[in-house]
Design a protein around this ligand. Structure first.
Ligand SMILES: [Zn+2]
Ligand SMILES: [Zn+2]
Length: 252
């Protein structure tokens, strides 16, 4: 594979909805694999997408809401509890401010998940550009919570942007500029708007202003009808548009 391949592992939210599981997204670039968020049930669904949990060395975490983080504990316990296998490679969690203390607090409750044979590393990213294991990663605050991040990966195969959960703010246009794939939340439909999430319309306006090639809408609430969301988004966004469900794969 020469380009980018995005698998939407979980296209939903915290609300139960068959076919739209909590947030998890998998990007493959050549031999490299990047996972963005790990909502409840993600480890199971990643296995269905061909990702062995034992091979996960790097996780990107956008923010600390349960629909984006609960399977971190599952992964850490699985790393300790696999018969005949001992994890020795470090596991690196890269994400928003507060990530380390958040996970450390979880581990005071889930003692069986405390790493036994390997190092758990944290990298909390400031707004700006960073080199993470050889790839250029830019992050921006999204306005969803005080520390919620969007991630922009600039690779030789193309530009991928994951907006996390986001508010309709100018920083979202900047982080998505010229993206080949822009994976963006679309919690609701117009005219139901909130200060801390995007709608099909606001996501589409951001993507159009940013000159995005392919907009993939994810994180839809159960009442957010996909056909209506696509119709609303198409009034503002003129590029390629995909409404994601669990298992959606797009490439560029
Ligand atoms: Zn969410
Ligand atoms: Zn959230």
């Amino acid at each position: 594979m020469n380009g980018l391949e995005l698998t939407v592992v979980g296209a939903g939210t915290i609300l139960p909805n068959p076919g739209l599981a909590p947030a998890c997204h998998l990007l493959r670039v050549g031999d490299a694999t990047y996972i963005f968020d790990l909502g409840p049930g993600s480890l199971q669904r990643l296995a269905a997408s061909g990702v062995d949990y034992k091979s996960i060395d790097l996780l990107f975490i956008s923010h600390l809401h349960p629909d984006h983080v609960l399977d971190i504990v599952t992964l850490l316990q699985a790393n300790n509890a696999t018969p005949g296998w001992e994890r020795t490679r470090p596991l690196r969690l890269v994400g928003c401010y507060g990530l380390e203390s958040f996970v450390e607090r979880l581990l005071t409750v889930f003692r069986d998940a405390v790493p036994e044979s390997y190092l758990l590393e944290f990298v909390e990213l400031a707004v700006g550009r960073h080199q993470i294991e050889g790839v250029l990663v830019e992050v921006a605050l999204t306005g969803h919570t005080s520390n919620s991040l969007a991630f922009r990966l600039e690779t030789a195969a193309g530009i991928f942007v994951y907006g996390g959960d986001a508010a309709d703010i100018p920083a979202m246009v900047d982080i998505a500029r010229g993206a080949d794939l822009f994976l963006c939340e679309c919690s609701f439909l117009a005219p139901f708007e909130t200060d801390d999430h995007l709608t099909a319309l606001s996501a589409a306006r951001i993507a159009q202003s940013a000159g995005v090639r392919h907009l993939i809408l994810t994180h839809t609430y159960p009442d957010t009808d996909h056909a209506l969301a696509a119709a609303q988004a198409a009034t503002e966004f003129k590029g390629r548009l995909t409404l994601a469900i669990d298992g959606t794969v797009v490439t560029c």
